[in-house]
Design a binder for this molecule. Sequence first.
Ligand code: BGC
Length: 758
Amino acid sequence: MTDSMISRRAALLGAGAIVAWSASPARALLAQVDGAALPAPIEAILARMTLEEKAGQLQLNAAAWSGGTATGLNPPSSGPSFDGQVADAVAGKLTGVFNGNGVEMARRMQDAVMRGSRLKIPLIFAADVIHGHRTIFPVPVAEAASFDPDLAMRTARMAAYEAAAAGIDWTFFPMVDIARDQRWGRTMEGAGEDPLLGQMFAAARVRGFQGRSLAADDAVMACIKHFAAYGATESGLDYNAVDLSERTLREIYLPPYKAGFDAGAMSGMASFNEINGVPATGNPWLMQQVLRDEWKFPGIIVSDYTGDEEMIAAGFAKDGKDAARLAFLAGVDMSMQSNLYALHLADLVREGAVPQATLDRSVRRVLAVKHRLGLFDDPFRRIDKTRETARSRTRAAIALSREAAQKAIVLLRNEGDLLPLDLNRRIALIGPFASGQHDLNGPWVVYGDNNQAVDLVTGIKAAGARAVSVTAGSGVEEALPGGIAAAVAAAQAADVVVLAIGESEGMSGEAQSRTSITIPAPQMALAEAVAGTGKPVVVLLKNGRGLALEGAVRDAAAIMVTWFLGSETGHAIADVLFGKVGPSGRLPLSFPYESGQEPYYYAHKATGRPAPAGPREPYKTQWRTAPNAALYPFGHGLTYGKVTYAAPDVPPTLAWDGRIRLAATISNTGTRACEELVQLYIRDRVASITRPVRELKAFRKVALAPGARETVTFTLTRAQLEFLGQDLRPTVEPGTFDVWIAPSAQAEGVHGTFELLR
Ligand code: BGC
């Protein structure tokens, strides 16, 4: 904290607010602080606060700027005008706002508080910066397909750099909910179905957003959400109840949250769902025992949007006051949007229903977070008009968006090496996503603009394709009059069809649960008609979740998963389509054969009647029309090389305190360079708790030139074989372990076994 910084900003901002701040008691007290986590001056501020001011520090509402557009992203709710909100902030009834817009808004609000409020406690500005601010990166699940946590760290860093320049101190990200049911629309916000991948991406995203120091002017505080197990919602129905054993919760769902908190995230968000009968927002076991007592989390927990109030409809709280009491006593420090804390907390303390010390503890946490963000030092730290413009959509950000999008694309199928396409072939580009600046960024973007994103046809033409015709052929969920006839004619006049079909932005994301995770019927009719021409078809899927592919789409010669890729969509797809870069993404979630298999995930249990490989047998674990497997499993993704796995090197034993080196030789016998994702899976054959048929333990990307080969080695120790025993404590039992070094969760790759010896 330096006075020179304050005076520099005073010069920029006009002296008034800064002078007021400099003269304030908070500033005077903090002048003594040496950067410790919880400085004494904050305690002194706390001592001067009224109960109402304390409750105000625990109330966060959607920004009313621009007529309250922030609430458009959530269920409609009425609130004050912007001026009314500013007045509330000055009166100490608000800790900050979220999903507002830009430096101008933040400056006006902070300015008013620094000039007019009694204690001059800076406001905090939050936002859903999920996968980019103005430059939009692939949706998070797509980015997870890169299996490259470092990439996720870099995109998060870039998002923070842009967002922090626009006045944002705090992002509601990363979302780390494991998603094992593809009916759930919010699959697209996370890292897929696997806990290991989930942990790695959670930690990387936190590090990216928060940077080296939270106080930096390009750091944004991360928020681990939605705590907890929001993705395990029954039948994939958003907001639905979750009923989970403590074992599954601790083994599968909780580890990514823990990884995010361990990486230093200073905030978390309670989830909407109940767990085993108790709403997460009113759940002291989750927020006290697990989060505070076991994990030692020092930061703040915010409710989700009106999550506290929703406990009334859920049948857990009597009324608003009861909901505020339950949420607060359970451990939710801050209420989002319902205004319940501002309305009731002071009275609850006066009546003795909430201990004063508990209130003080939460306020102390909020003030500490504001301090760590550097806001007491300089309330205008991230509010700078020049920086806002200078850091928006830089060349480096756009280049990173293209790189991330390339790496997110997954090639599912490539019969007869149809891909990469020759630029000289006549292409019929068909489908509702063939052209137009819609559905490029994805469903969860507050500040990005589809009109600034590159659509598919633009990318394909820019890549140098010689002849391209464009035909929509169908709407997303409705037929287009004459669409199919036009598409068939276009296909007939071309050498190859590129069929851009799938889900619109509106079909995945929050509250977009689907009962059937298929391509909508009008687009299927289009696909069947186009296939009828006999022309080779490349399907480009747009999707926010795993899909069940059917008919002509499933049978197309080539299929690429292209998700929602963001600002550089068209360029990135063209790069892979024409082979400027090879496909390197892998599925972070399973594509089942049929919707009815959901929830389907690769790490399922064997059952007592596992279906054998080969012909079907009766009375086995399988559906009438589908095996107990995925059509395209977790980890699957092709390259333009020809990769073989050979020469497993699996020593026969692992000593109790030893380590084991597991190796395989990976060769590219093809004519094109490729990047192969080599995956290590294990299975504990016999244990006191049945174990999944496979579990991912490690992975590594190797670049292979044509004809090249590489020996890939992994090391395992006993710790990586741990599971929760019958008493829910971590345990390892000696015995036989299968190990696969393989290109997917279902591929054989190379397979060996070893014995863990005690
Ligand atoms: C979502 C959160 C989000 C919040 C604020 C809620 O509906 O569940 O993920 O951060 O709104 O926009």
